[in-house]
Design a protein around this ligand. Structure first.
Ligand code: C5P
Length: 242
């Protein structure tokens, strides 16, 4: 059984990253946002600061979790990692788009259906921090944009559930993966918001219209004077654009 990637409502299409150094700060942000957010992304910073119990707590409260661990390892280790992640009850996790690693992850979930039905596997094609020079320095002949499309096709072939990509890649990736795979996009900035360190940005409206299913949007919400109000404004924008 494939994961059910359908958002429950427009709120579910907005994923707020809990990019904090302590569980305490993350819990405060979740409390501040209350009903204004239903989907959180948790990455290595919070996990390595003791954040795993917070994942279970949020899942028990009905929140959805994107556990962004960007896995890459030998097949056996990927299989064990994905199996453990599936048991946490999270909705998404990420694997670097290497065909062998993706196949190992997909195969693991197929074998372990009872406890893995809810987990969606997202492929990270090329990190958006990588320019062409960085891709060449890493040993690849193709320009970054070409490698994104090659790896999106690999992800589809491997049976992955979705792709993480920059807003500017949504249309090209959608063309390759078709309508059924989820596209999850960071680099989202409401009109007039600070870009921070993001280089390739898009508004929520434009990203939804370009074909994104889920938007990861952090500092415009978490660093706002009123995070709940900022989250509601983004949610309204998504609802209107959808
Ligand atoms: O605060 P901001 O909206 O820039 O946060 C975006 C989130 O998405 C961060 O957690 C960041 O690590 C993540 N991300 C990203 N670009 C990628 C992959 C992940 O911004 N290519």
């Amino acid at each position: 059984m494939r994961a059910d990637l359908t958002p429950r409502d427009a709120r579910d299409r907005m994923i707020v990253p809990l990019d904090f150094a302590s569980v305490d700060e993350a819990e405060k942000m979740v409390a501040t946002l209350g009903d204004a957010a239903s989907f959180y992304k948790i990455g290595m910073q919070l996990v390595f600061a003791g954040g795993l119990p917070l994942i279970s707590q949020l899942v028990a409260e009905g929140k959805r979790i994107f556990l962004d661990m960007k896995l890459l390892d030998i097949d056996n280790t990927i299989a064990g990692g994905v199996d453990s992640i599936a048991r946490l009850g999270v909705t998404f996790t990420t694997i670097h788009a290497y065909p062998k690693a993706m196949r190992a992850a997909v195969e693991t979930l197929r074998r372990a259906e009872q406890h893995s039905a809810g987990l969606g596997l997202l492929a990270v094609t090329v990190l958006t921090s990588m320019e062409d020079d960085d891709v060449h320095a890493a040993g690849y002949a193709q320009p970054a944009a070409e490698l994104v499309t090659t790896r999106a096709a690999d992800a589809r072939r491997a049976g992955m559930d979705g792709i993480v990509c920059s807003p500017l890649e949504i249309a090209a990736v959608r063309n390759i993966v078709g309508p059924d795979m989820a596209i999850v996009t960071p680099g989202i900035r409401p009109a007039g918001a600070a870009a921070d360190d993001q280089k390739r940005i898009m508004t929520p409206t434009d990203a939804i219209k370009a074909g994104a299913n889920y938007l990861v949007i952090g500092r415009p919400i978490t660093a706002a004077d009123d995070p709940a109000a900022a989250a509601r404004a983004v949610m309204n924008e998504i609802e209107t654009a959808a």
